[in-house]
Design a protein around this ligand. Structure first.
Ligand code: PHE
Length: 544
């Protein structure tokens, strides 16, 4: 019958044969009014006995009490003495066998031999004779050994004073022993009754539910621990930021490629090829494969963007919308990557689009080097170039990993998450960027911003963004921003009057502040406590 439980034996392997402990306990309780488990089942571990008793007690077939008892157990040294004799016995025995034993004899060296010598003197078993030991007796009674043998057998000492002395000498240690006393319970039976756990349609129809032996609820049973996945605090804060961006009309850039080229990561952003940021000390280079191909479209990125771009236009369109893949191809067919590459080279080498350039020989090999991207601005550059196919006002953001070859300390790792936004529109001004940043940071609970002129090769003007930190009582840098340089945007083929804001901040800093973490290694890496990840509540930024 479904929902019923029959007798469930606990298989137990003893001496190679199978024994059912539950049945053995029932037999013992049937024969004796009180069954002490430590004497009845001395070989069986207490945990197994308890499991069998609980099984019977939950059906009220037996009842049991738990008994705590203190026993003594021999330490390793105690065991050695019990089997081979005390230290004093060993000293006396060595002296007796040698007749005279020099004090410098190696058998008298060592801590135990020193103790043994002292005791043998006290017991008048040996004495000093010049620089040697001689025996004073032909036979001795090794009381220490005998007492230990006795304690080993009885697991106790008759005289508590002796026990204390042996404990002080670290020859025995006290040990708590749990055992059980079992007797018949109110529903005593020699067989496990079948207990019904589920009510079925048949039982209602034939009325057998009224007489069925229902298994009682066990309200003391602990519920099974539910274990599910848990979001990392960084991912929770990232989600908060994503929602803010989406609410402000931003589209998310696909940033799943961690490896990019020198071209997108540096050259398009006018980081000169000799710039220290491109050094091995600052950037991780990938050696295999040794180089990338020439700049070109990335179909995966294009398709993901096409999927998100112009959703509204697509929805309004009566005719069947073209697939994202088709639209992506359509856009990339309007872009000339070779021309773009030539433009970037011209700006670096000779100057173009109103810029006098850096005027150094541009090295094509540098553009093809593969790097672990040092900022997500590499992706922003790709997306802005793609915008040249259909220049229009738009807003993009990304929150993902970037890598820098930095010395790891309490606040720096070799990788972190960058939050980045770009806004393209006609006739943008620096004041508009400041107003936007104020609005953005107000949404994450940072009210007053200060701006400090800064330098980025790709933005002019550039501004570091500062906010007042109440805890540290000073202004702290919370981001970097600027307006992308015209020679960067025009080289992409974007129209002259289309301007673009850019800004970036780390995801780690606000996360550490929100979760009260002072060491970044508690947040990321192999030292992270999984309990911290699983136990933390969702974070809510103090939004307006
Ligand atoms: N890439 C910059 C950084 O690494 C952030 C930034 C992005 C600054 C866009 C200006 C414009 O900090």
């Amino acid at each position: 019958m479904p929902g019923t439980r029959g007798p469930v034996p606990i298989p137990l392997h003893i001496n190679g044969g199978q024994r059912d402990l539950t049945a053995e306990i029932l037999e013992a309780v049937d024969q004796e009014a009180e069954v002490g488990t430590s004497t009845k089942f001395p070989q069986i571990p207490q945990a197994e006995i308890k499991a069998a008793l609980d099984r019977l007690a939950s059906r009220s077939m037996v009842e049991y009490d738990t008994k705590d008892r203190e026993e003594v157990a021999l330490t390793k040294e105690g065991e050695e003495i019990a089997s081979a004799g005390s230290h004093e016995y060993k000293v006396w025995d060595a002296v007796r066998q040698a007749g005279r034993l020099s004090l410098k004899d190696p058998s008298l060296a060592g801590a135990n031999a020193k103790i043994g010598q002292g005791n043998a003197f006290k017991l008048k078993w040996v004495k000093k004779d010049g620089d040697a030991l001689v025996s004073l007796t032909d036979s001795v009674q090794d009381a220490t050994r005998e007492q230990l043998q006795c304690a080993k057998e009885n697991r106790t000492f008759q005289d508590p004073k002796v026990q204390k002395d042996f404990m002080k000498r670290k020859l025995v240690v006290p040990q708590k022993v749990i055992s059980y006393v079992a007797r018949k319970g109110p529903k005593w039976a020699m067989e496990m009754p079948v207990e019904v756990t589920d009510l079925t349609a048949e039982m209602i129809a034939d009325g057998s539910w009224q007489t069925a032996n229902w298994k009682p609820y066990n309200y003391k049973a602990e519920g099974a621990q539910l274990s599910g996945g848990a979001f990392h605090p960084l991912m929770k804060v990232r989600q908060e930021f994503r929602e803010i961006f989406f609410n402000m009309g931003f589209t998310e850039m696909p940033t799943q490629r961690f490896v990019d080229t020198g071209f997108w990561n540096f050259d398009t952003l006018f980081v000169p090829q000799q710039h220290p940021a491109r050094d091995l000390q600052d950037t991780f280079y990938v050696s295999d494969p040794p180089e990338a191909g020439p700049p070109g479209p990335d179909p995966a990125t294009d398709e993901a963007l096409a999927q998100m771009d112009d959703q509204d236009e697509q929805d309004e369109n009566d005719s069947a919308p073209a697939s994202a893949a088709t639209r992506a191809k359509d856009i990339s067919s309007k872009l000339d990557y070779q021309q773009y590459f030539n433009n970037v080279r011209s700006v670096h080498q000779d100057g173009a689009f109103g810029s006098i350039g850096y005027r150094y020989p541009y090295n094509d090999a540098e553009t093809k080097r593969l790097v672990l991207r040092t900022h997500t601005t590499a992706v922003s550059a790709y997306v802005l170039h793609r915008l040249a196919a259909n220049p229009r006002p738009c807003r993009y953001f990304s929150i993902d990993r970037v890598f820098r070859n930095e010395t790891v300390d309490a606040t720096h790792l070799a990788e972190f998450h960058q939050i980045e936004g770009v806004i393209a529109d006609f006739g943008l001004t620096l004041g508009g960027l400041q107003a936007f940043l104020k609005r953005f940071f107000r949404k994450i609970g940072v009210p007053d911003l200060k701006f400090k002129p800064a330098y980025n090769p790709y933005t002019e003007p550039s501004m570091e963004v500062y906010a007042w930190h109440a805890g540290l009582n000073k202004l702290v840098e919370i981001g970097n921003s600027g307006m992308f340089r015209p020679e960067m945007l025009q080289a992409m083929g974007l129209p002259e009057d289309l301007r673009c804001y850019g800004f970036g901040l780390s995801l780690e800093r606000p996360t550490m502040i929100k979760y009260g973490i002072s060491n970044i290694r508690e947040l990321l890496g192999h030292k992270v406590d999984l309990g911290f990840i699983e136990g933390n509540p969702a974070v809510r930024l103090d939004r307006e």
